[in-house]
Design a binder for this molecule. Structure first.
Ligand SMILES: *[C@@H]1O[C@H](CO)[C@@H](O)[C@H](O)[C@H]1NC(C)=O
Ligand SMILES: *[C@@H]1O[C@H](CO)[C@@H](O)[C@H](O)[C@H]1NC(C)=O
Ligand SMILES: *[C@@H]1O[C@H](CO)[C@@H](O)[C@H](O)[C@H]1NC(C)=O
Ligand SMILES: *[C@@H]1O[C@H](CO)[C@@H](O)[C@H](O)[C@H]1NC(C)=O
Ligand SMILES: *[C@@H]1O[C@H](CO)[C@@H](O)[C@H](O)[C@H]1NC(C)=O
Ligand SMILES: *[C@@H]1O[C@H](CO)[C@@H](O)[C@H](O)[C@H]1NC(C)=O
Ligand SMILES: *[C@@H]1O[C@H](CO)[C@@H](O)[C@H](O)[C@H]1NC(C)=O
Ligand SMILES: *[C@@H]1O[C@H](CO)[C@@H](O)[C@H](O)[C@H]1NC(C)=O
Ligand SMILES: *[C@@H]1O[C@H](CO)[C@@H](O)[C@H](O)[C@H]1NC(C)=O
Ligand SMILES: *[C@@H]1O[C@H](CO)[C@@H](O)[C@H](O)[C@H]1NC(C)=O
Ligand SMILES: *[C@@H]1O[C@H](CO)[C@@H](O)[C@H](O)[C@H]1NC(C)=O
Length: 398
């Protein structure tokens, strides 16, 4: 018995180690490395009035990904992918701050730009869910326009830049956005533990201590994305049977930018449909999210709301999506006065969760153990049978 068990354990360890080495081989072959450097308000020696512009340069072997994050108006993340490792960002500050012309922010040489897109955090909606139906179209309060918020200054030395803001009415509360940039593939250590690549940036968004306008308030966040030739018109929900990294969540939502009728994905906004009601959540603090279908938006209005969109794009084509937090029956915002949600924004194909080694091991044990038992059982029957045969065969002679 002991030998059989230790054999089984050895088998599991073997499967586990074969799988992990395969996985590291596979990922090692395609892991992209980027060198990151950050500058705040490039070309300016003093902080500009009204907001900051953070530039993160992520240089690869033969390409560069420029991340630009700006708090001049609605918070906006711009991604520009170039096929050169020496492209640069140039800002004409007087024009950029006047916010009435495009081309005040340029990535040069322009001919090296492969793809550019931007995501705007435009509005926060609050509704009074008196009947607990979580219907986000009824009893809406006037929306909070994020472009009218007073935003904190960005700190260049901060490895994970943080931006918090509030309209005067939030009193003590605030809406915060925190950005992470990556030099290689990996996974966040905090729930929902999203997988990331060197071609993406992760944004944590949370709503902390905001005084709800009703006892049964729930919130929605509106995002807008700028597409052009690659419209942001597809939002797909993919199923996963692996919830090891994000307990109880078996889905991933993927909003993508692609040419009409093409399967090539140029850019993505990806999230797990879950928000948390505590800064250090336990499983019961998770609350599901839903999203609306992408809808074409007025590009001029988006440009007017965001300094970065105005400065970089001329006549942007914009799609918008609402993400709503909480379902019917879930606690309301005032239960904890906290909500956090995490999203990954990047270029190219979004990272896909593979089965984790633990899950593969469990499957191997689940499928392998019965087979092993069958074999051992068969062997045992054989031995017993041959032993019985031998006894019956020789007994008469003795
Ligand atoms: C970039 O460089 C890698 C090797 O460093 C090469 O395999 C790849 O084809 C290059 N890509 C382009 C677009 O030149
Ligand atoms: C932009 O605004 C500035 C001042 O705010 C003004 O002087 C300038 O003429 C405007 N430019 C355009 C193209 O509207
Ligand atoms: C980058 O792309 C442009 C236009 O697609 C092309 O003309 C240029 O040769 C490319 N440069 C490199 C270094 O691949
Ligand atoms: C809530 O339910 C009451 C009674 O059924 C109904 O009169 C009211 O219109 C509902 N309110 C909303 C916002 O659906
Ligand atoms: C936000 O600011 C814009 C421009 O300053 C203004 O037109 C609009 O009314 C403001 N919205 C709110 C909700 O205060
Ligand atoms: C900026 O961030 C660094 C590192 O997190 C910190 O030491 C410094 O005090 C911050 N500066 C300001 C002005 O907040
Ligand atoms: C903010 O407060 C003012 C009065 O203090 C009120 O008129 C306004 O409607 C409030 N705005 C929101 C979005 O609640
Ligand atoms: C704001 O914070 C202060 C001190 O932290 C507290 O006394 C006050 O009640 C808070 N106000 C609201 C509206 O939560
Ligand atoms: C994509 O297709 C839609 C209709 O299916 C059309 O309205 C739109 O103009 C097309 N966009 C591009 C960039 O071809
Ligand atoms: C988000 O929801 C609000 C309220 O229902 C609506 O006014 C707005 O148009 C929606 N935005 C998008 C992009 O669907
Ligand atoms: C939420 O608001 C309702 C109605 O005012 C109140 O009964 C309830 O105690 C509040 N919950 C919390 C946690 O403050």
């Amino acid at each position: 018995m002991a030998a059989r068990w230790s054999g089984g354990v050895r088998c599991v360890i073997f499967v586990f180690s074969v799988f992990t080495s395969c996985q590291s081989l596979m990922s090692g072959a395609e892991t992209k490395q980027r060198k990151l450097s950050t500058e705040l308000n490039p070309g300016l020696s003093t902080a500009p009035p009204g907001g900051d512009l953070l530039h993160v340069r992520a240089v690869g072997d033969n390409d560069t990904l420029h991340f630009l994050f700006c708090s001049l108006g609605a918070p906006t993340l711009l991604l520009v992918h170039t096929n050169s490792s020496s492209s640069t960002v140039k800002v004409n500050w007087p024009l950029f701050l006047a916010r009435n012309t495009s081309d005040s922010l340029m990535v040069e040489p322009e001919s090296n730009i492969l793809y550019s897109t931007a995501v705007v955090f435009s509005r926060l909606f609050e509704y009074d869910d008196v009947n607990d139906t979580a219907d986000p179209t009824s009893d809406l309060f006037p929306p909070y326009e994020l472009r009218n918020f007073t935003w904190s200054r960005l700190n260049q030395s901060d490895p994970i830049p943080l931006l918090c803001g509030s309209p005067t009415n939030f009193t003590n509360g605030s809406l915060c956005l925190q950005l992470s940039f990556f030099d290689s593939e990996g996974r966040d250590q905090f729930w929902p533990r999203l997988k990331h690549t060197a071609d993406s940036s992760q944004l944590g968004v949370w709503l902390d201590g905001v005084l709800p306008r009703a006892a049964h308030s729930r919130f929605l966040l509106e995002l807008q994305a700028v597409g052009g030739a690659y419209p942001w018109s597809r939002l797909e929900v993919h199923q996963s049977i692996d919830d090891e990294y994000t307990p109880s969540i078996f889905k991933v939502s993927r909003w993508i930018s692609s040419a009409n009728g093409s399967s090539d994905v140029l850019g993505f906004v990806q999230w797990k449909p879950v928000a948390y009601r505590q800064p250090h959540p336990a499983l019961e603090d998770a609350t599901p999210c839903r999203h609306s279908d992408p809808r074409a938006q007025n590009g001029e209005a988006t440009a007017a709301s965001s300094g970065l969109i105005q400065g970089f794009f001329s006549q942007p084509d914009v799609f918008g999506v609402n993400v709503s937090f909480g379902l019917a029956g879930e606690p309301f915002y005032n239960s904890t006065k906290f909500l956090s949600w995490t999203v990954l924004v990047g270029v190219g194909s979004p990272p896909v969760d593979s089965f984790s080694p633990l899950v593969v091991t469990i499957m191997a044990v689940g499928l392998g153990a019965p087979v092993l038992l069958l074999l051992l059982g068969g062997l045992w029957v054989c031995i017993r049978k041959s032993a019985a045969d031998s006894t019956t065969a020789y007994e008469p002679i003795n």
